[in-house]
Design a protein around this ligand. Sequence first.
Ligand code: IMP
Ligand code: MG
Length: 181
Amino acid sequence: MKQVRLKDKTFRISIPYDEISTAIDKVAVKLNNDFRDCEDIPILLCVLNGSIMFLGELMKRVEFNCQIVSTKLTSYEGTSSTGRVKQALGLTADITGRRVIIVEDIVDTGNTIVELQQILAEAGAKESRICTLLYKPAACRKDIRLDYYAMEIPNDFIVGFGLDYDELGRNLKDIYTLVEE
Ligand code: IMP
Ligand code: MG
């Protein structure tokens, strides 16, 4: 079983890239069905840094004109959520009157998404939808509607495919789960 060591912790492979890729294919089909014939130019909002890899893969499959905008939110320290969401980088473009598709790596407690939807509403977005690669239903404490999600996962700490442990592991192509020691 493939394992990686990051700082003081060990992680073992749990979702190989092929599975991730197939799940992204399915999400892209849904997005394309919903937006293919639209007359506006929807925004794909990259939530830095975790969403970089998912956004890159998703973009390759998107078949409608879109614009990329980024923002950076942080809430994690080590392997757990602090419960406080900080906006470390504001929106990189004006989104007034625009439809925004939030592209997230993972919805965990749900705090980030709720905060983000509020930020988008205050910035004048016409609509915001959520598109997340991963969803941890057992950790989610908010009543939110996920418009698009690729995979549900158990309430374990993971790294890889953009997700990090203290900034390490984002470059891993597969997803790895923390091995409790
Ligand atoms: P939430 O606000 O608790 O929903 O968490 C959202 C953010 O926390 C995600 O966008 C990730 O960046 C980070 N996060 C949540 N769970 C994990 C995990 O298992 N590994 C790494 N980062 C995570
Ligand atoms: Mg994130």
